[in-house]
Design a protein around this ligand. Sequence first.
Ligand SMILES: Cc1cc2nc3c(=O)[nH]c(=O)nc-3n(C[C@H](O)[C@H](O)[C@H](O)COP(=O)(O)OP(=O)(O)OC[C@H]3O[C@@H](n4cnc5c(N)ncnc54)[C@H](O)[C@@H]3O)c2cc1C
Length: 400
Amino acid sequence: MDLHSHHPYWLMKSGIVKPYVSLQENTQVDVAIIGGGISGALIAYYLANEDTSSCVIDRRHIGMGSTAASTALLQYEIDTPIRKLKEYVGLYNAIKSYELCRKAIYNIQTICGKLKKSASFSLRPSLHYASFKSHFKGLYEEYSLRKTYGFDVKWMQPDELQDKFGFTAPGAIFSGDGAEVDAYLLTHHLLSHYQAKGHAVYDNTDVLNIVHNKRGVELETADGYKVNAKKLVIACGYESLRYIPRKVAELHSTYALVTEPLRQHKLWYKNSLVWETADLYLYFRAVDGNRILIGGKDDKFYNPDVRDARIKQKSKALIDTFQKKMSGIPVKADFSWAGTFAVTKDGLPYIGSIPEMPHTYFALGFGGNGITFSVIAAEMIKDLVRTGKTPNKDLFSFNR
Ligand SMILES: Cc1cc2nc3c(=O)[nH]c(=O)nc-3n(C[C@H](O)[C@H](O)[C@H](O)COP(=O)(O)OP(=O)(O)OC[C@H]3O[C@@H](n4cnc5c(N)ncnc54)[C@H](O)[C@@H]3O)c2cc1C
């Protein structure tokens, strides 16, 4: 499957960060990770110092799956608000999920701080505004829940929004915890660290077949080589769905653009991540080089051709909607692209095993918060590889 259109900004900006080679011999490791996107790279990073041998295998170039297309807002607020999530998983688990996502943001900060090269990580507050008066009540209820359970949130009234952000809305939640990153660069930097610890990364290596046996798994690549491993981690992004014999997610198309560099340097309050409650939503954030990233206008995924044929129209719609809100910041699209992403029924990821695939762990960070979910998955999979156990296993299990 084509996971995104041809010109995501991050790819154009950073290009080939680092060359890797394909697998050209049979090999044996304790843990094989299929997928060299942000999920596989984070898992590799967490396993790098463990007393286990491992390798990362990707059919594309590294980071060229969904990761290259990601707009990489790091938020603890998942697609499903707590007030709705509690109906699926109960209040305790809903709060717990939000807390784990919040912790994941700071874990990425720590990781980025330890890496030798910058992946443009910055902490940023986030603003979630009510698009319509009819959304006020639900958003205020969400604010109250989060405040009660100790999240750093503030309610913003229309006047304050106008003053700080240059637009008005019926009300908004201003959250202190959030961040942004270049997920494509971060993937390469994580895997550089992993290689420096003596582990192998193979790109251009398509795993065509997975055979389960008593000792673990045997992977067969398109070039005819075999990888034997005691444990397998599937971090294949949306392409992981082919390994799961039941429907766990729906595919959507999503659109994004990065503007030309702006003349003005002052944008809006703290360059916060901004998003709205409307269904056909808009989000935006600042990007290095005095540009703005604008995204949203998702629709149902049919096929990559239909998705990509809509880029021009969606890009115009994103600019028009942004301009209606932020008339004081004239913008012009410079790079526009489309990507595919998967949505689960409750907005939570799937992390763990299924009975049909022994010795195998899945790291499926689906939804708009895929990257924060990938951090949670990496921590959990490290525990599972070590001991077979991890806290919060049930929260993200396939049986929930
Ligand atoms: C436009 C867009 C905007 C987004 N915005 C955000 C955001 O703001 N915040 C956020 O947190 N998330 C966001 N996401 C989601 C986020 O980008 C994804 O959750 C994340 O990139 C998924 O990473 P991954 O490593 O799991 O998958 P991928 O990056 O797709 O990596 C999986 C890899 O597995 C490889 N693979 C698959 N099958 C095989 C095989 N058989 N053999 C070998 N290799 C294989 C693929 O080649 C691929 O490189 C966005 C996504 C899109 C498309």
